[in-house]
Ligand binder design. Structure first.
Ligand SMILES: NC(=O)c1ccc[n+]([C@@H]2O[C@H](COP(=O)([O-])OP(=O)(O)OC[C@H]3O[C@@H](n4cnc5c(N)ncnc54)[C@H](O)[C@@H]3O)[C@@H](O)[C@H]2O)c1
Length: 330
């Protein structure tokens, strides 16, 4: 059985479906601070509503179930908020996982897949970003994740924990059947924001900076479909359960797409005109962030199947404009 923390969230819920579809038994632990009960669609998947830092609850769960591995998605994810409320981020993203790791040690569970991020690299010194690029995060969110990467290495030395720290680039899209999708409140990611300006949920979309050293002057990012991310987690769990070594690797496509391109493609996909306002640069936004995705292929045999951002936007649009009106009930 696999314990998935944060499994009622965006990437977690897609991964839960993938694991379940591959025959794994899955238990989700999520306090629903941002997650949605409705995002768990498979009837045999149990949701336990509670926090990763609740030791008594964890001990209870580990007594009841024999977990082969833990996938840890649960975290706060707003970079800007992490600057104004760093302690909130260090407590939830760094301190709470310590409790989980302690309980894993106590019960001899030795496989841990961790949601890390390209934000651990900070300002790129060379592109594409390889895993040996220096990690100098420029905000508490990135630091809160990098600290867990360090802690995982120490746990391996101390009690043999094997871990896969997966550094995601920009997760996007929704499930291809339109059943689950991205539903953050507030939303902070470009593709849903652009599309929400087309469903009327937002009045306009602001483009932050048009004078970057990129072909069209707007920032370039590496967008990865959430279904591909789910597949990478399956590969990482299989790798660790089958005795594979610990690893840290990028999850991206290696393809860079600009903000302006996202807007243009969104207009093409939806046939609607995006209401755009051009603003100044935001502090801390690098011009380009693009992954070198080769290590994940070498170590996990995984690579993104969906490299065309248009298909990602189509799936996001299907969800956001679909019968659920893009919103879960809870
Ligand atoms: N979305 C991206 O593009 C992206 C990129 C890089 C890394 N990540 C990381 O991936 C993970 C998932 O991101 P997401 O976009 O799916 O976020 P999300 O907010 O949709 O999911 C996080 C889930 O964790 C739950 N949660 C938070 N703190 C908890 C706690 N202490 N105990 C129990 N549950 C808790 C929330 O209720 C939510 O369901 C996060 O760790 C995030 O930092 C995301």
């Amino acid at each position: 059985m696999i314990l998935v923390t944060g499994g009622a969230g965006y990437i977690g819920s897609h991964t839960v479906r993938k694991l379940y579809g591959e025959g794994y038994q899955v238990l989700v632990l999520d306090n629903l601070c941002y997650g949605h009960r409705d995002a768990i669609v498979d009837p045999d998947v149990e949701l336990v509503v509670g926090a990763v830092g609740d030791r008594d609850l964890l001990v209870d769960l580990f007594k009841k179930h024999n977990f082969d591995a833990v996938i840890h998605f649960a975290a706060f994810t707003y970079v800007g908020e992490s600057v104004t409320s760093p302690l909130k981020y260090y407590r939830n993203n760094t301190a709470e996982p310590l409790i989980l790791l302690e309980v894993m040690e106590e019960f001899g569970c030795k496989s841990f897949v961790f949601s890390s991020t390209c934000a651990t690299y900070g300002e790129p010194q060379k592109l594409p970003l390889t895993e040996d690029h220096p990690q100098n995060p420029i905000n508490p969110y990135g630091k809160s994740k990098l600290m867990v990467e360090w802690i995982l290495k120490d746990c391996e030395v101390a009690f043999g924990l094997k871990s896969a720290a997966l550094r995601y680039f920009n997760a996007s899209g929704s499930s291809l059947d339109g059943k689950i999708g991205e539903d953050h409140d507030p939303e902070a990611h470009l593709i849903p924001l652009v599309l929400m300006s087309l469903t009327g949920e937002l009045e306009k979309i602001t483009v932050f900076g048009t004078d970057y050293s990129t072909p069209d002057g707007t920032c370039i990012r590496d967008y990865i479909h959430v279904a591909d991310l789910a597949g990478a987690h399956l590969a990482a769990v299989n790798h660790l359960i089958n005795g594979g070594e610990s690893l840290q690797c990028n999850l991206g496509t290696g393809v860079g797409v600009s903000v302006k391109e996202i807007i243009d493609i969104s207009e093409e996909v939806t046939g609607k005109k995006v209401p755009v306002v051009y603003g100044d640069r935001r502090p801390g936004d690098p011009a380009r962030l693009v992954a070198d995705p080769r290590m994940a292929k070498d170590l996990l045999g995984w690579e993104a199947e969906q490299k065309d951002v248009k298909a990602m936007i189509e799936s996001a649009w299907k969800w956001l404009s679909g019968p659920r009106k893009g919103r879960f009930d809870e």
